[in-house]
Structures are given as structure tokens and as C-alpha cells.
Design a protein around this ligand. Sequence first.
Ligand code: NAG
Length: 220
Amino acid sequence: MASSSPALCFLISIALLLAFTSASDPTQLQDFCVAVPDSANPVFVNGKFCKNPATVVADDFVFHGLNVPGNTTNKEGSAVTPVFVSQLPGLNTLGVAMARIDFAPHGLNPPHVHPRASEALLVLEGNLYVGFVTSNPDNKLFAKTLCPGDVFVFPQGLIHFQLNVGSTNAVAIATLGSQNPGVITVANAVFGSQPPINPDVLVKAFQVDKSVISYLQAQF
Ligand SMILES: *[C@@H]1O[C@H](CO)[C@@H](O)[C@H](O)[C@H]1NC(C)=O
């Protein structure tokens, strides 16, 4: 019996890990909780004010327009059309969201982080070079070139990106494990904050001259 207890401990540890691991928002305590922007007549609060269930209609669970390409005429050559709780109130408390991402030829969805969600990305059209980088100290890159029909997963909170490596437009659909995944675009946050981060911070952090920092800050 004594020899089996380490194995038992291991199994119990795994079971506890599985029990306490959650890859999405907390599970809802009711069927739904359609978000309403005003607090005039809310029923209860769980993330956002909830619409009175008696007045909820089918349209509260519908978003129209994800068939429409985003406008990729910008510096990055990409456009994200989010379907988060702000666009689809019925998502409130349900722990999922979507987005459509359009890419012009050679367009980039720049390195960014979703602080509250993992993401599964389905490529519908084009070829995307995608990847994510693990946390310190390894900072290991996992990257792959994807074709239509391929799905790639980006773990929650890790820096990731998608680059259209084809000469045609590309389209992808993202699914995310939060009604409000959050987006932190690395370059914008670091070099385009308002007010700007003191350049002394960035000079040391990036190990470059102040002129390089000024140049980078000027881009945002
Ligand atoms: C796309 O965005 C560009 C740059 O903001 C703008 O000039 C252009 O009118 C937009 N195109 C459409 C179809 O909205």
C-alpha cells in the first residue's frame, strides 16, 4: 500500500488541477443575462447589468454582419471586427466571444495579448504565418504557416500575431474564451501610451538610443 501512495498523490493532484482549471469566464448561474447599457431597471449584475429576462428577445442573441470584410486600408493592412459582449449583449456572462480578422496582402495583425482569454483561430481564406511566445524565462516562439481550414490556438495572456504571407486577401475567424477578452497591442501600449512612457524607461528596456525611442514613439 505504501508504494502506491505517491501514485495516488499524483492522481489526486491531477484531479484537483483539472477541477480548478478554467479556460473561460466563470460559469453563469442562470440560462442567460442579456447585457443592457442602462441601469434603470436591472434584474441583477454579473459583469454587466442584465436585461429583465421577461423582455429578452431572440434578437438579443444575434449579431449581423460578420460576412462583411473589415477595412484593411491602414498601416498594418488588417482589420478586426469584434463580436464581444459590447457588440452582442446576449454574450454577457457566457464566457465566449468571436472576431473576424481581415488581412490585405502582406497585412499584419500585430503582436498583442488577450489578458482574459485563450483564442482558437480558424483560417477561411489565404495563408497566415501565426505564432505566440511563451512567458519568461524561455520566451519560446511557436509559429506555423496556416492554410484555409487550419485552426491554431493561442494560450491566454501570451503575445501572439498573424501575418498574411500570401499575395491575396486573407480572412480568419477567432473564437475566444471570454465575453470581453481584452486586447493589448504591444507596440501601441509601449510606444503609444497617453501620456508617453518616460523615454529613459524604454531606452533601458529596449537597449537602444533615445533617438530610436523617439522615432518609435512618433509612429503611434
Ligand atoms: C477605409 O479606410 C480608409 C482609411 O481610413 C478610408 O479612406 C476609406 O474610405 C475606407 N473605405 C471604406 C470602404 O470605408
